[in-house]
Write a protein that binds this ligand. Sequence first.
Ligand code: GLV
Ligand code: GLV
Length: 329
Amino acid sequence: MKPYIYITRKLPEAMIEAMQQKYEVKMWEHEDIPVSKEVLYAEAKKADALFTMLSDQIDEQILTDGNRLKVVANLAVGFDNIDVKTASIEGVAVCNTPDVLTDTTADLTFGLLMAAARRIVEAAEYVKEGKWKSWSPMLLAGHDIHHKTIGIVGMGKIGETVAKRATGFDMEILYHNRTKKPEMEQQLGAKYVSFEELVEKSDFIVCLTPLTPETKNLFSREVFSGMKQSAIFINASRGPVIDEQALFDALTAGEIAGAGLDVFEREPINRDHPLLSLPNVVALPHIGSSSVETRTAMMKLCVENIMAVLEGNMPKTLVNKDWKPFVKA
Ligand code: GLV
Ligand code: GLV
């Protein structure tokens, strides 16, 4: 029997040709609607490989129900949607898509910062709505970016690349991370500070930390109230890293000046989400890595990883480093 690969979303046919030549491949039939739990459970039970989206919860049941699953390849750098511990116990390789999305995600993060600071979305809507009647001295006046202080929480590769963008704007760069990065500090002139100091001193607080039990609700009521009143908060990692109600309250009370959000506690959000009622919030539908070039590279990497594992080799980008290739029968 040929190995069976299930893909949880409709992808362009050209992306999966290489797999179709060697394996039996099935895709969920919709591009914009996630696979249902029932279908995912039923398919996972039969599958040798799962090609998953960050919106799929890959839980213990999925990882233990069948007896063929060898690899889960997630179309994202983040893997908080996957029970990696159980995958390791079950000998299932978990793969993500780091590196190929670093620059693209950093671009979007910095763009979101600029949009929030200079009120770009609000201003564009103002023009489209026919509200522009005259030039006026303080019309849609925003906040400067250049020479301000950016504080990056979560200095992974994306964080470093955002910092690199910030050097072009003559910004002072603070960061907080689990580990210090002396080489990066030297290259970019970034300074390691405590989380508290970063929150207190930054004009722009940029959240890029992965979602883990330690970072869940890291940005709490208390943290927002420790920020400058002129601070702008940017989140491009995962929604649950912030307490969304606390952010809403901080914005409405004027404790901070604005926010740019690419991610939310529960996605997708709909138009009556309270944060969308605030003019000083720029909200995006989780598009950090979404350029044609990068999403294509991410899909290719998932395909390569799946094929490597099914052929008894090490995948390129393995999350659970303790995993070992299968010995070919
Ligand atoms: C997107 O959020 C990703 O983790 O790649
Ligand atoms: C992961 O979060 C990264 O920064 O690459």
